[in-house]
Ligand binder design. Structure first.
Ligand code: ZN
Length: 254
């Protein structure tokens, strides 16, 4: 499909997928409420509440040991442990569950072109937070975020969820939203930058390769069960994904 066709179908898919949720969402303010410390008339809101050295009052209760919080995430509410609660997190009786996504908020993020972590508008570069397996399939369950917000989540997730394996921040300019039986999924265009993380730091090539190989058997089992052509296609997708591995084993840095 040519570029115009791709963009056209992506726009159509985004519009259709988000429409139903937006119709029920009704009000922008309910999806993206003003920060708790941004109440009009109370000392000038979040900007005035920011301390002289750039740390907001909200961040004062931030849990120790987290990576540096991006500026855009400083107005997010904190949970009872001091972790910032991203927009996409599902809440059960007000308690956030980071492993589950609020589908209404995800659709609103797509429709309003907002970061699914901080809720602020995203620019031309979109960053997806995915795992090694998703680098092969080029799909994400979360819509895009700002690059710095995505990097924070990739670094902080092992701390918050005790997650093992590598995380990947996939930076691209284009994507399309597809309606899947389990909800929206997002197909990412070619990456212009990739950053791999493990245990809250940048991962080196050996760590990425090891985590990558761990996730492959399940993919190949599914492809073998489907057809010979599916296996051939998967071979191509795997080879394509390996192009985004870190260049050298010694290249692990922040
Ligand atoms: Zn953001």
């Amino acid at each position: 499909m040519n570029t115009i066709g791709y963009l056209g179908s992506a726009t159509l898919a985004l519009g259709c997928a988000a429409y139903a949720a937006i119709a029920s969402a009704k009000r922008f303010e309910r999806i993206f409420p003003a920060p708790a410390n941004d109440v009009p008339g109370t000392h000038g809101g979040a900007a005035a509440a920011r301390l002289p050295h750039g740390v907001s009052m909200t961040a004062m209760a931030l849990r120790q040991g987290l990576p540096e919080l991006p500026q855009r995430m400083r107005a997010l509410p904190l949970d009872s442990r001091g972790y910032p609660v991203p927009v996409f997190a599902q809440r059960d009786s007000g308690v956030p569950d980071y492993r589950r996504c609020d589908s209404e908020k995800l659709a609103a993020c797509v429709y309003y072109k907002r970061c699914c972590v901080c809720g602020e508008p995203v620019g031309q570069y979109k960053a997806f937070m995915i795992d090694a397996l998703s680098a092969v399939t080029r799909t994400s369950l979360l819509p895009p975020a700002h690059i710095e917000c995505a990097k924070f989540v990739a670094k902080a997730c092992p701390v918050i969820e005790q997650r093992v394996g590598v995380s990947l921040v996939w930076v691209t300019r284009a994507y399309e939203a597809l309606q899947h039986e389990s909800g929206l999924i997002f197909r990412m265009a070619e990456a212009e930058q990739t950053c791999w993380y493990i245990n809250g730091r940048r991962a080196n090539r050996d760590e990425v390769r090891s985590s990558f190989e761990d996730s492959l058997p399940a993919l190949y089992d599914a492809a073998h069960a489907k057809s010979e052509a599916a296996v051939f296609e998967l071979d191509t997708m795997v080879a394509r994904a390996t192009r985004y591995f870190p260049a050298h084993s010694a290249a692990a840095f922040r």
